[in-house]
Structures are given as structure tokens and as C-alpha cells.
Design a protein around this ligand. Structure first.
Ligand code: PLP
Length: 499
């Protein structure tokens, strides 16, 4: 106020002046359905009436939020690092104390509260390299190629940032699977890169078909310069686990077309199907021989957020990068150093994952029991989800071979499709909104991940407790049947999902 007059100053930052690349970003996992779910929860808390008593959130891969208990050993090590006086406490096992002391020795001033080197604490990087060598049955891993990150997300975006350049037809194209985890489309939009879709084969359990990669690559070359190939294995949202042969084909393609490969392997511990096994891109590349192993540029990503630990809030993760041009590597270190370092508590959590208790150590039995219990429950829930969903008329659900999600295809009757169009929303958004309003179940429309034109899906996590998951699946089944009936489609011959 000046001299009694109210000065209305225009804002500098408005929707008109906002960075347009920020406006282009979308992230369905925390999108409108989830906001609505929060509103409904508040109504219930305030005593409002709904046809259900609680909202069941199956929208995000956040295990602890869904009740998964932390792995004791991991929390012990992080607690000891955070409050070193506990190192004198008899309530903590010796192996946890040894791990904590080692980590603290690597920290400035022996404190978790100091910045680390931008690439992370040296001894943690060494533990990660040793873990990779063991995981990959002896394939060498150099700890200088390991970078700690703020969750896998930060590593993925940092690498994409290096890769985006050029104008017009020379602009970087980034090949991503469809359906995809929307971090990829969001980062591509924000960086102004060109999104190049390759479609996973739903009829073949969401397998990656190398012919489809060729098709997408050739089509994209007309308008951009594809430089990057992103792979998510095991898949999110699709839950498939790639075969070794498929990975070989993909790497061969990347070699032929000179593509930088980004292998998102955050679900490497989450494999449930007895006939599936996790193969790292790095190991397969090694087995293809030195011609490949010494040339294909590959960044692979891991995280504390998934696996059997589910420690999303620690924001721990790492990436291993092989065959990166040494000068570019220096540029990457420079870029990372601007942000100082990833959270050091997250680095400590990552260290426990790559350096868990060994059979001759005091914490082994409990650690092993807790790990097996989490992974066993996830495997049971993966099976239950597929079984219940695939028995529903108008729903088709592939086996959940790995990761933490099912991505069933849902038949949406033409009448409901028309209704959604009239409301200006995607048909699967309408479906998920109705599901939420009628049953309290919160899942994410397939349109947020990408899907073939004319097909509809939703993504749900398998993280709720077995009892809750069963309730959730039965409610989805009953809702779906009612939805078909209401749209008078149950008897229609097209009440089938697309082949
Ligand atoms: C495939 C995939 N990559 C990366 C991430 C990011 O995980 P974070 O940043 O928590 O490590 C997620 C999280 O759900 C994911 O599903």
C-alpha cells in the first residue's frame, strides 16, 4: 500500500511467462485421481459418508506407506551412523556396528551430516562395485564408474541432461517403452528432447520385440536424432522380466545404431515368476564379447526404494556407467558437483543393500528371514492379482513376473467411451474416477503411462497387505461387472479386450 492506494503489481511469474517445458510435464502417479483420493480421505476423517469406510491406495510404489516393515539391519546401520553414541550400546549387533564405523570413516568429520564427494562416499562406491561383480558372476566393475544418486530418478535425469542437444531434425530422440514409467516422459518434456515410443507386446506378456525397436527408430529418424534407448527391466508399469535373449537383441540393436543405453534396473530384486530370472544389461553385454563390452555406452540404475527394502524416503540410489568418454565423464562430475552430493543417509542405506549380513555374521538369520518374508509375500500377491483379475469378464491381466505392479487391460463399453469424451477426459480416467468414488480404490489410468490407441488399462500396485489386496481385487471385480452392466455391455460380443 502506498499513500492509502493499493498497488496492484502484476506478477512476474505467471502461466504466460512460466517455462513452457515445465507446463508440458505430466506425472500421473500423483495426478488428479490421487488428489481426489486425498479429498475423499479427508471427508471420511471428518465423518462424511461414502459407500466405503477407507480409501485403499494402490497408485504408487511406496512400500512402507502401505505397511511394509523396514529391514531391521538397514535401520540399525543408519541409526548408528546418525547417532554414533549408539556404537557403545549393547542393543546393537557387532556386524551393524562394523558397517556403521566403516561408513563414518568415509565421511568428512566422521559425520553423516557432512557433504560427501559429489560421486558419493568412496568406500560405499567400492562396496557397490563389489556387489555388482558378485551379482554378475565376476564381470569386472570399476568403482570409479559408480555414482551415488538421489534415488534412481536423479541419476536418470542427470544422464538424460547430458544427452539432449541439437535443433530441429538433429534434436536428441529418446526411445522409451510404452507403457512407461512417467519419469521418462516428464524428463523428456522438461529437457525439450523428442520422445520416441516403442510399444511393448501385450499379447506376449509385455515382451520387448526388437522389430518394434527398428520400426520406432526408423520412423523417428525422419524428424529427430535418436541417441538414447531406455529400458525398464523388470518393467514398470507392466511387470515383465526380460529374457537374456531379448536383452542380447536389444544390445545388438543399440550397438548397430550407436545408441546410448539406459537400463533402469531398480526392480532387480523383484522377480517372482519361477521361470524368470533377472539378467543385468551389463552382464549380458560382457557375455556378448569384447567388441560389445568395450564399446556400448551403458548406464544402469538401482535404488533403495524398491527390492525388499522399499526405503523410498531415504532417496538412495546409484548408477554404473561404462564406456563413457573420459571428457564427458569429467563434465558429468562437474554437473553433479553443482548439486554438492546425494543425501548421505541414503548412501548409507544403499551400502547396506549392497553389503548385507553374511552367513557367518550375527545378523544374518534375522536379515534373511525378513528379506524372504517381504519377497515371498510379494510373490504371493503377484499371483493372487493375476488370478483374480484375469477371471473377470472384460479384464485381461498378464502375469506379474516382477516389479510391483499389474497393468490389466480393461474393456470400456462404447457408451462409457462416449461419455468420457463428452466430459473431455480419457475413458480410463473416467473409469478410475468412478472406481474411486464407488469403492474407495485408488489406481492410476493407463493413459498416464501410455498405451496403444483404443486400448484402456489401469495400473495398480501389489503392495497392500494380502487381506487388503484381496478386498481391493474383489471390489475391482464387482465394480467392473457393474460398470459393464450399467453401460449395457455385459452381453455384447465386443465385451472382450483387444487381442
Ligand atoms: C522404473 C522406475 N525407475 C525409477 C524409479 C524412481 O525411483 P527412486 O527415485 O525412488 O529411486 C521408479 C519409482 O517408482 C521406477 O518405478
Amino acid at each position: 500500500e502506498a499513500g492509502g492506494r493499493v498497488c496492484v503489481r502484476a506478477k512476474t511469474l505467471t502461466m504466460e511467462t512460466l517455462n513452457p517445458q515445465v507446463k508440458a510435464v505430466e506425472y500421473a502417479v500423483r495426478g488428479p485421481i490421487v488428489i481426489k483420493a486425498g479429498e475423499i480421505e479427508r471427508i471420511l476423517q471428518e465423518g462424511g459418508k461414502k459407500p466405503f469406510t477407507e480409501v485403499i491406495k494402490a497408485n504408487i510404489g511406496d512400500a512402507h506407506a502401505m505397511g511394509q516393515q523396514p529391514i531391521t539391519f538397514l535401520r540399525q546401520v543408519v541409526a548408528l551412523c546418525t547417532f554414533p553414541e549408539l556404537l557403545d550400546s549393547p542393543s546393537f549387533p557387532e556386524d551393524a556396528k562394523r558397517r556403521a564405523q566403516r561408513i563414518l570413516q568415509g565421511c568428512g568429520g566422521r559425520s553423516l551430516g557432512s557433504y560427501s564427494a559429489s560421486q558419493g562416499v568412496d568406500c560405499i562406491r567400492q562396496d557397490i562395485a563389489a556387489y555388482i561383480e558378485q551379482r554378475d558372476q565376476g564381470v569386472p566393475s570399476n568403482w570409479e564408474n559408480i555414482f551415488l544418486t538421489t534415488g534412481a530418478s536423479d541419476g536418470i535425469v542427470s544422464i538424460l541432461r547430458l544427452l539432449v542437444s541439437g535443433e530441429g531434425r538433429a534434436r536428441t530422440g529418446v526411445m522409451i517403452p510404452i507403457p512407461q514409467y512417467p519419469l521418462y516422459s516428464a524428463a523428456i518434456a522438461e529437457l525439450g528432447a523428442v520422445q520416441v515410443n516403442y510399444y511393448l507386446d501385450e499379447d506376449n506378456c509385455w515382451a520387448l520385440d526388437v522389430h518394434e525397436l527398428h520400426r520406432a527408430y526408423q520412423a523417428a529418424k525422419q524428424h529427430c536424432q535418436p541417441r538414447v534407448l531406455c529400458i525398464i527391466n523388470p518393467g514398470n508399469p507392466t511387470g515383465q522380466v526380460q529374457s537374456k535373449k531379448c536383452i542380447e537383441d536389444v544390445l545388438h540393436f543399440a550397438y548397430e545404431e550407436n545408441l546410448f543405453v539406459m537400463a533402469d534396473e531398480v526392480y532387480q530384486e523383484n522377480v517372482y515368476a519361477p521361470d524368470c530370472e533377472f539378467h543385468s544389461f551389463k552382464k549380458v553385454l560382457y557375455e556378448m564379447g569384447p567388441e560389445y563390452f568395450n564399446s556400448v555406452e551403458l548406464a544402469s540404475f538401482h535404488s533403495t526404494s524398491k527390492g525388499y527394502t522399499g526405503e523410498c524416503g531415504f532417496r538412495g540410489g546409484f548408477m554404473e556407467i561404462v564406456n563413457l568418454d573420459p571428457e564427458v565423464k569429467a563434465q558429468l562430475v562437474k554437473l553433479l558437483s553443482v548439486r554438492l552430493c546425494p543425501p548421505v543417509a541414503g548412501q548409507a542405506a544403499m551400502d547396506v543393500i549392497v553389503n548385507p549380513p553374511q552367513p557367518d555374521e550375527p545378523s544374518f538369520a534375522q536379515f534373511h528371514k525378513e528379506k524372504a518374508s517381504v519377497l515371498g509375500a510379494l510373490a504371493d500377491k503377484a499371483k493372487l492379482t493375476e488370478q483374480i483379475l484375469s477371471a473377470v469378464p472384460g479384464i485381461k491381466c498378464n502375469p506379474v513376473q516382477g516389479a510391483m505392479y499389474a497393468f490389466p487391460q480393461i474393456f470400456i463399453p462404447p457408451r462409457a467411451v462416449e461419455e468420457a469424451k463428452a466430459l473431455g477426459m480419457q475413458p480410463d480416467m473416467l473409469y478410475c474416477l468412478r472406481l474411486l468414488e464407488e469403492t474407495g480404490i485408488c489406481v492410476v489410468p493407463g493413459s498416464g503411462f501410455g498405451q496403444r490407441e483404443g486400448t484402456y488399462h489401469f495400473r495398480m500396485t501389489i503392495l497392500p497387505s494380502p487381506e487388503k489386496l484381496k478386498v481391493l481385487l474383489e471390489k475391482v471385480r464387482d465394480f467392473h461387472i457393474k460398470f459393464l452392466k450399467e453401460n449395457s455391455a455385459l452381453e455384447e460380443p465386443q465385451c472382450r479386450v483387444q487381442a
